[in-house]
Structures are given as C-alpha cells and as structure tokens.
Unconditional design. Sequence first.
Length: 254
Amino acid sequence: MVAYHTGGSYTGADYFVQAAVNLNGVAGSSYVGVVGRRVASGADDSDGYYAFVQDSTDTVLLYKRVSGTWTLLVFAPAVINTAQDYTIKLWMQGSTIKVFLDGVEMISTTDASLTAAGAGGITAGTGPALNLLWDNFLVEKIVPENIMASVFDAASKVVYVGGDNGRFGKYTPATDTFVDLTSKISSFWGSYDVLALALDASSGIVYLGGGTGGPAPRFAKYTISTDTAADLTAKVSGIAPSDEIYSLAFDQAN
C-alpha cells in the first residue's frame, strides 16, 4: 500500500477527504482512493481509514488499519470503469465513517478504532500505482449539520427535519428520540441540502425539496407507512439546473 498525504495533521478528527480518481486503463487488482486519520506520516503502510474503488470486483471498499492489522469494514457494489473519473469521499465524524461515490452515499458504518485527527491523503493498493490518476484533492472540516426545514405531523406527533449534506430524519417529542432517515433518500439525493419540507397529512407523505446550485435541484417524497422514499426530481425538470427548491406548500383542497 502506498499513500501520499498532506503536510501535517489536523486539530480535529471530524473532516472529509475527497478526490477524483481514475484507474487510467489499469485493469485487475488495483485499488485507488483516499485515506483519513492517518497516524504515521513517514510510512506507506500506516494506520488509518482507507476508501477505495476497485474494478476487478466492481466495488467500493472501506478498510481500517490498526496496529498494523488490515480489516475490511464494509464494501458496496459499484460498476467501476478503468477509463472513468470517480469522485470518492471519505467522511469521518466521530465514530461514523461514510464513503460517497460521485455524491451518492455507498457506505455508512460506525467504528471507534481511530479517533486521532491524523492526516488525510490519496492512496493506492496493489498494482502499478504510478499509472493511476488523482485530481481535485480536498480535505475539509465537517461542521455540525444545520436544520434547514421542519414539518410537524399532528397525527403521529412527530417532527420531520431536513438539513445540510442531505440529512433527513424524524424526532418524537414524547419519547425524546430521533431516527435518522437519511439512508432512505441518499441513493438519489446524495449530499445535497434538504431545504424544504411539506406534509400531505391525509396520505401520510412528506415532500422534500432542496439541492445545491450548479448540479440540479432535488425533489422527492417519503411515504410514512412504508418507510420508503421516491425520487421526483424529473417532475421538476423545468427548474434551472442552477436553482434549488427553497420552499414547498401542499394544497390539501386539490
């Protein structure tokens, strides 16, 4: 394993590491990706969290290395073309470790093995690493998500909330508990902000609006009874790609 890292460590361990990666036509057992919380800056094989794509297995993989021992934490299927750019993001916030591919959350797990900030960088596994390509490398501190929108369901006495980075969930005041529903929308919503919510109380549907200027607006619905979400972005294709949906209102009469 080889890794190239930033010049120093960070004061906080909550940050993400992101890069555009390309296998550059190298097929087989090559890995290419990013590393975070890397604790030994002078060695290739050093402890840290490693996120890779691999074409031979068509997977996104999350490894950890602790005290010299490699452990595969989670993997997820993804079609990997050796001539295509992929943006891979390793997200580390407390014990929550996530991997995104082209803005879509592919992996989410918890692990408390590595809590020091360490350093972030790019990394490659077996194979001719020098032929692999990286671009647009970014390390950025994670700040706590803001709640951007909320709506109250009087029937179930639950508050649905939406926020930064595609966060979506529900809070039950009676039990003082929160359920994270982000995974219900992450496959199509990605990490774009949830900026507006509206409730169809009679049908038990929560509508979500949002986006980030540049890529596209986002629009979806979450059905409470089935605990499922559906992407409705195509229905609002007339909205300019540079716009976001900032507000929603449900017309109960029509």
